[in-house]
Unconditional design. Sequence first.
Length: 277
Amino acid sequence: MNDNASDEARHRFLARGAGPGIVAFLFGVAGRTALPGQVLHRLLTDLEMTDTAARAVIARMRRDGQLESVRHGRTAEYRLAGPFLESFHRVRDSGTRRPTPWTGAYHAVLHQVPESRRAYRDALRRAAVLGGFGILQPGVLISLTDRTAALGDLLTTVPDGARVYRAMLTMDVHEAAAAAWDAWNLAEVGALYRTHVATLTKAVRESDEHQPPTAETLRRFTELGRLPFVDTLRDPGLPPELVPPDWPGPALQRATVEVARRFAPAANAYVMSLLGP
């Protein structure tokens, strides 16, 4: 790739991802859920964020409850928190996660929230999607298992005028497959996964087997891996009877594993060099 094309791709990458997705990916590269503030800031600037942008991302994530800080003397340590931490674990464990058996019914959260409580409704939907729920239709969230723990205090702090109910939606297997197709937008997700597979396969074919432990390797790994790894959150882990024909989820899993095998050790070594002993 020529320098101009590389710069253009990197700018697109930063424009789309200068936020929580990049931060989560960096924690994943480090292999931990807590990082010193100065190291997290350094890693963000290694990805060619400006100092101001890096500080703004961290501040916004703290405000949204995705990061929490703990003081150690004159320094701060940042930790992933809340539903964002739950989604981080889901991505990290996706390679060993087995499909959830179909029991004949979906767990559901039904909600009716007036426009005057829009902030609560948006927070509920955001936490639900991070927690693995699908949106079957407005006001109806479904999951294969009971994932209400991912909603945290949102189920116990329902504002006046809003209604939130837990329920079970019984369906036969054909209805359940159709519901999954809609709730998790599997047509779009499948097309996205196939694009990721093609991109990652090409990148592995054109890269060296061994990468140096440098900031450039970290940038390249993040450019390649962040979106595919984060997008694995959109796979609900359906059992075979609910999976669409030719579902590309397993192919994406293999491609992300190969990219990680090629780039992750060197990227991790670079991060460890910043963390010190």
